[in-house]
Write a protein that binds this ligand. Sequence first.
Ligand code: TRP
Ligand code: SF4
Length: 336
Amino acid sequence: MKAESRSKDSMKNRILSGMRPTGPLHLGHLFGALDNWVKLQDKYDCFFMIADWHAMMSEYEDPSKLSRFTIECAADWIACGIDPEKSTVFIQSHVKEHLELYMVFSNFVPLGWLERCPTYKEQLREIKARELHTYAFLGYPVLQAADILMYKADIVPVGKDQVPHIELTNDIAEKFNSLYGSMFSPIKPLLTKIPKFLGTDGRKMSKSYDNSITLGDTEEIIKKKCSSMFTDPERIKLSDRGHPEKCNVYAYYNLFKKECGPKVYDYCVKAKAGCTECKKNLGGIVSDYLTDIRHKREELLKDKDKIRSILEKGGVKAGKAASETMDKVKKAIGLM
Ligand code: TRP
Ligand code: SF4
């Protein structure tokens, strides 16, 4: 039996993706997701969601900053080129149906599926500053499945780390269909090709490592962060020849101003210029690259009510699609 199709506003395939507003957005978000989302907007019917319930699962001890991060997240998205006229931009908690569908799925998702989930095990291992042995955190991917299946999304653009959640979403859809009748179709992850670059300390760029350059950083801060970047550890003295392919600074040059790559490569391997100078120049380049985004986000943040109204409008549109799905789901499972 064919799964139920959604009523489509357009013939375009639908995309849904989301981000958790747990902190300022940084270069990882820009190159790992946003740049890609912006390109998808014309071809697809896009839903972009600020996943504040998901953020709450890890920030429940001190959720006071979530609303600020939510507004800033929306400003960052728009500053990077997400167009709320083209795409539906909304806040997860504004659409009550997400928690309803999450509950429906919670009834039949076996604990084993969640306990086995590699992202769950990894987060418990790595995040020590938060107590994550909670009921909700275990169910994180169930809420994510509800987010995705709610909108009958065809494609979900995500990073590689999220693939287990997409697989789980498909398992949940299949189990729902086998219990209550065909409703959800399988979805495909669209893997975002992420350019190779790391945080300023040489580890993965992440808020929790305090090694990121954020979209709101001032020129001065960007320069300071760049000048403190880890470089080729084998290059100690100015006269040591460097290994640019092992240096994160060189990776940044290729990312932000590719045409500088050969020159940097040359002076590095021939020990013709020092790392301090190399990093100083990089600071200027990164700052220039982000100037437009920085100014736009500043402008947008001057009128937070306008951002709120964009998110409300998006919420109404998402809510329509969500209530259609929930009506069908409730009927299928036999609730009045
Ligand atoms: N788990 C995702 C992340 O941490 C955020 C997210 C929540 C999401 N719901 C989603 C991503 C639905 C894609 C689709 O990056
Ligand atoms: Fe890295 Fe530049 Fe130093 Fe070479 S000169 S090791 S590319 S910082």
